[in-house]
Design a protein around this ligand. Sequence first.
Ligand code: HXC
Length: 510
Amino acid sequence: MKEVLLELERRRANAREGGGQKRIDAQHAKGKLTARERIEAFLDEGSFEEFDMFVEHRSTDFGMENTRIAGDGVVTGWGTVNGRTVFVFAKDFTVFGGSLSEAHAEKVVKVQEMALKNRAPIIGFYDAGGARIQEGVAALGGYAEIFQRNVLASGVIPQISVIMGPCAGGDVYSPAMTDFIFMVRDTSYMFVTGPDVVKTVTNETVTAEELGGASVHTVKSSIADGAYDNDVEALLQMRRLIDYLPASNTAELPEVECYQSVTEKDFSLDRLVPDNANKPYDIKELILKTCDEGDFFEIQASFAKNIVTGFGRVEGRTVGFVANQPMVLAGVLDSDASRKAARFVRFCDCFNIPIVTYVDVPGFLPGTAQEYGGLIKHGAKLLFAYAEATVPKITVITRKAFGGAYDVMASKHLRGDINYAWPSAQIAVMGAKGAVEIIFRKDIDDPQKIATHTKMYEDRFLSPFVAAERGYVDEVIMPHSTRQRLARALRMLRNKDLQNPWKKHDNIPL
Ligand code: HXC
């Protein structure tokens, strides 16, 4: 008996060595952890249970029969994050550069299926060279098997991808179909084709970082939802994110202890909106002061900063915040902001996370750049996302809610459950200047008259009361009581039951 036990230990130790000490050292020298170290750091201590540790590839081409390594370039299994089950896979760059063979794909597919069947989130750590070149079409088939399972799991369990090294070719599309992608600065990059192919095809000279580094995907392409300075920080932040997410689309929201009173008034909020309507203020201050302990996990913080999206909690339960940011482009809605917020709203709706929307929006951004770029369709994405969402929706208009953007930002008409306005709210078709210049065009050369008309327009329309008179706003609330109002509304809406008509799926304007 003892011999077989020793044999098991020997084989395990061999598998844990991956591609060998030399390659592990090279991995460390690049500032990266190994696949197993990443999993250890991410999961609760001692909770990892590995699957398929002894799986090897079956390839016999190009002398591959002489180079079989237990695990075949990916470490898979499950464990817990603060006690909650999570499935994981981590590409092992020390084994054939983490490249994907048929056997490697089967391992990933197995955890995908386990995660879906057992309704728990799945997270993948990427550090890989794409399809195993020696395997050819078997690797391509393996990728497609993974893609198919990503799609089936979409909207059922949260799927998260963390790019911690190269991620190219076939490896990019699975992350692209997951809910969130995060990257590690300076050590990770993501592209369909690398710099060499780019040079050959388009004659562009570009580095891997310039083509697909974190600075590109968090700021320009919006492929990635965030980036961190190193592996450890990324892994700890992923633990934080998991804590916000329900295990599946039928699971309860996670609940954590709340240490901040919801009845205490925050009088600093009464001074948040400046007297001058054109002066910006930071909407994040409102988010931080209304969520529990100011603990906010921002999504896409570096892209389309004119809208803020992310997770917080109220009374210990997860809430998705969406807020126009007056500090950037006056909080205007443009194509990027609309796409960013639409995707976030849809994630929240998939997973029954209530949405709190803070509105201060002067409208949609005018101009040829926006129109040529498809503003109509992108703006419609956000409109569509809010309109189809059946989760509790609470809206607070802090200042401007002008034009179509008023409708879009979780208005009453899009089945907003509770729509509050601060006394500083201005709900109108447009701002006073633009309105007066149109309806009193004949007086345009008479500054006296224009001033009178403007004052009249402001008095009549630039307040929350015209909307409140019609019931478009449920109540005008004191800024200092916003957190208390949110908490009460969210509690009241806990059993909300609203169904959309049956359909195979909708046809959101992609
Ligand atoms: C087999 C691979 C591999 C691959 C890397 N390796 N990529 N083995 N198939 N795709 C191996 C290397 O041979 C090497 O083995 C080890 O991994 C480390 O690779 P290095 O090149 O030494 O590392 P580095 O210099 O850091 O460069 C990493 C890299 C580079 C940028 C990822 O390896 C690379 O460009 N690889 C090829 C990328 C690629 O073209 N993939 C195919 C994409 S096409 P040793 O034994 O020396 O340690 C694709 C189509 C699928 O994926 C489409 C489906 C939709």
